[in-house]
Design a binder for this molecule. Structure first.
Ligand code: ADP
Ligand code: ASP
Ligand code: MG
Length: 433
């Protein structure tokens, strides 16, 4: 299964170039199923258009609109392949058997029944599937899988079809130690474990959709992330830390291999995220159950929060709680909290979207003390103030001012010796939007 991202399909020439790659794979004797994203920034443009006609469009209609982007590219890619003398057939997510739950805008795949894809393959045709979309099992409405979700379509189809590998073609040569758009001296990572990639994706490295990595880990599907503009080897996301592409090793054996890999670097990479915001609830009376009430209301509004910091003033006995959440959920969260202000008796609410999150990821952190100290030291040396901190076994994250984020990423990357002195990472296309 090959997936081509929007930046690789930005215009007619891009589509023709991708068609040639697909045909070349076919000529090399491989059966190939293709998943496509919408052309260039089409999804963003459709989203902007929706907001122009309605500030709060219905989830059902928004999904119907956004899935049109992938329909355009699937048909054009199929035509371009036809022009090269091969038969291609395009399918919407629903036709390809991508069955989801009914939460619009962030639907989860619950089943993949790719009967029509298998028949097309059996007929000798190249199936082209629209990524990012499915159909709800209950409502039969069209759903989308969340921004960047075509990656997940590709891995889910690869697993359902029993594919050997899932290739994700994008506008950079693989997964790097930091976003090459910010750190040109970032190094390509030849192999990365599912576990580390999950943390990178969860921390904002949008090169792979988070759910796609979860799916791949669950089905032990090796992912090869690479550029559609070059023929260079990219990054293998696999269980084993041994040779890439070997999907056959048992999960247990690979976990052992990971733990035994003494020569693994301590730090895998630096990720950043500009999509979050913070809310601070101040002057909360110091009573049992206040935090529970606040976060129950937020959860009730289907909002996922990330970091939480609480501090209590000794003089007033009142507490402040700050937390991070997706910026787009800010309005909904503020409205929800205003509704319980009198009941809880807190003093004020502040929303701040001028923040950014930087995360340092590496499985080696488990066994190496001092990583946090070096991380905070690197930020301090660049004069960057830390507003919040959170950690997992293999990750440290800090919230900083949005204006400091790029320099936080660059200086942390340098401080941990991740810079590549010899080559610059190439960004082949895309607008970075
Ligand atoms: P596509 O359109 O192919 O889906 P995306 O824009 O979703 O592409 O993802 C590719 C982009 O991810 C790159 O252009 C790069 O700016 C960004 N990115 C963020 N972190 C990383 C990283 N660690 N390694 C590589 N790319 C990264
Ligand atoms: N076109 C969708 C988006 O922009 C899905 C994707 O690119 O993976 O989010
Ligand atoms: Mg993407």
């Amino acid at each position: 299964v090959q997936k081509y991202g929007g930046s690789s399909l930005a215009d007619a020439n891009g589509i023709k170039r991708v068609a040639q790659r697909i045909v070349a794979t076919r000529k090399a004797g491989h059966g190939v199923v293709v998943v496509v994203s919408a052309m260039g920034d089409t999804t963003d443009e459709l989203h902007d258009l929706a907001l122009e006609v309605s500030p709060l469009p219905s989830g059902r209609e928004l999904d119907m609109l956004l899935t049109a982007g992938e329909r355009i590219s699937m048909a054009l890619v199929a035509m371009a392949i036809g022009n090269l003398g091969f038969e291609a057939r395009s399918f919407t997510g629903s036709q390809a058997g991508v069955i989801t739950d009914s939460s619009h805008g962030r639907a989860r795949i619950i089943d993949v029944t790719p009967g029509r894809i298998s028949s097309a393959l059996a007929d000798g045709a190249i199936p082209i599937v629209a990524g990012f979309q499915g159909v709800s099992q209950d409502s039969k409405d069209i759903t989308t899988l969340g921004r960047g979700g075509s990656d997940t379509t590709a891995v889910a189809l690869a697993a359902a079809l029993g594919a050997q590998t899932c290739e994700i073609y994008t506008d950079v040569d693989g997964i790097f130690t930091a976003d090459p758009r910010i750190v040109p001296t970032a190094k390509r990572i030849p192999r990365i474990s599912y576990e580390e990639m999950l943390e990178m994706a969860a921390c904002g490295a949008k090169v792979l959709h988070l759910r796609c990595v979860e799916y791949a880990r669950h089905y032990s599907m090796p992912i090869h992330v690479r550029s559609s503009y070059s023929s260079r080897e990219g990054t293998w996301v696999t269980q084993a830390s041994i040779a890439g592409g070997s999907g056959g090793s048992s999960p247990q054996a690979s976990t052992d291999a990971e733990e035994n890999a003494v020569d693994q670097p301590i730090i895998t990479g630096v990720a950043h995220d500009r999509s979050e915001a913070t809310i601070t609830v101040s002057g909360i009376p110091d009573k049992v159950g206040a935090a529970a009430k606040i976060f129950r209301m937020i959860a009730g509004a289907s909002i996922n929060i990330d970091m939480i910091v609480q501090s209590t003033s000794r003089t007033t006995g009142r507490a402040d709680i700050s937390f991070t959440l997706p910026r787009q959920d800010g309005q909904a969260a503020m409205t929800t909290l205003r509704g319980i202000q009198d009941e809880i008796g807190f003093e004020s609410l502040v929303f701040d979207d001028r923040i950014g999150k930087i995360s340092l990821i590496g499985a080696g952190m488990r066994s190496h003390p001092g990583v946090s100290a070096d991380f905070f030291g690197a930020l301090a040396d660049s004069g960057i103030n830390i507003r919040m901190i959170s950690t997992s076994e293999i990750r440290i994250s800090a919230v900083v001012d949005a204006a400091d984020l790029d320099s936080a990423v660059t200086s942390t990357h340098r401080a941990f010796g991740l810079d590549d002195g010899s080559t610059e990472a190439v960004v082949y296309g895309g607008t970075g939007r």
